[in-house]
Every structure is written in structure tokens, then in C-alpha cells.
Design a protein around this ligand. Sequence first.
Ligand SMILES: N[C@@H](CCC(=O)N[C@@H](CS)C(=O)NCC(=O)O)C(=O)O
Length: 210
Amino acid sequence: MNDTIFPLIHGMSTSGNCHKIRMLLEHLDIPYRWNEVDIMTGGTQTPEFLAMNPNGKVPVVEIAPDRYLSESNAVLCHYGEGTSLLPGDPWVRARCLQWLFFEQYSHEPCIAVARFICRFLDADHPRRAELPQLHDRGYKALAVMEQQLATDDFLVEQHYTVADIALFAYTHRAHEGGYQLGEFPAIRAWLERVQATPGFVAMPDTHPAS
Ligand SMILES: N[C@@H](CCC(=O)N[C@@H](CS)C(=O)NCC(=O)O)C(=O)O
């Protein structure tokens, strides 16, 4: 394959939303290129970046020259199509989508945002006041996952799918946002199962905000 047609991921390595794409492409053994973008220094707000994604957020994937796709879970579906990660059966597929939408509406806005506040902002940042409410809502999302994983090895039909990738990304770093997973044994066992899947790649560590 010509190097120029490998997908180009514009992403920040310590972002869970970006790490989802890396997990998926590594699992599927799809070659790709990576352009590191620092959201903390305005990397997503330049005219060049906004031309790729007017919403000013990573990840953005250059699928082909001048063809850009943003929204991490849309990218999972694009590359998961035709693979076991996004089954073709309409019911199973809809169950995967159910978890992807859950992740974006009920999980990521609490668990990822709490991690962002704790790890990426100053220790005395006023946004710390949001943490109690975020934790309250985040624990409810974790309880929903725990209920499913108490009986199933993976979130959908006992198989590793895009649903597991999407929810692994921030769940495995929930502690960085002040969450304790001690009460969630099924989630902890699932995290280990995901880490044992072929091609699994770990997300780089973040350092606490100074
Ligand atoms: N719904 C989007 C969320 C993307 C997102 O929030 N990206 C963050 C990093 S994790 C970002 O780029 N923030 C920069 C900004 O908002 O300026 C997705 O799933 O891709």
C-alpha cells in the first residue's frame, strides 16, 4: 500500500476519544499515520484544524485526501464495518450503537470530563466544583455497565465489538478523575479481558496537573 493513502489520525495520545481509534486500527491491523495535536495549546483551534473539523475537536481522521471524519464513535463504525467489531445483524448492530450513544451521552461527559478537570487543569481550578455532580452521574453510568457485564463477558453478545472499545477508553482511566472501581468487579474483570484482546495497545500515562 502507498504510504500516502494510509489514514492520518489527528489526535492527542492521552485523549480517550483518540485512543479509541488507535485501539481499533491496531486490532484490525490497519496501517495508519498519527499527527499529535495538543488541545491545551490551541492545536484544535487553528484555521488549518478548523478546516478539517469545524467543531474544533480531536480526533479527526483523514480517511483519504480531503476526506475528513470526526466523532470518535463514527470513526469506529467506519473502520469496523464488515468486521466482527461491528456485526451486520441488524439487532446486534443496533445493540452496539446503543452502547456508543450511551457512551457519548451518559458516560464520557461525566467520566472523561472529571478526568480532564483532575489531570489537565490546575489543582485549584474553579471547575473542580463540578466534580461532585460529575461523580454522581458517572457512577450511575458505571452501574449500568456493571449490570450488563455481571452476566456477559463483553457488552454485546459476548463478543468484542466497537462498544467495548468506546467504553474501555475512559473507563480504564476513570480513577484519574477520582472514581473508585472497587464496587464494580465485573467492570474490572472486563477491563482485563479487553486488555487481552489481539493488538491491544495501552494509552500513554498522563501526569497530574501541577
Ligand atoms: N464527541 C467527540 C468528542 C471529542 C472531544 O471532546 N475531543 C476533545 C479531546 S478528548 C477535544 O478535542 N477538546 C478540545 C476542545 O474542545 O477545544 C468524539 O467522540 O470524538
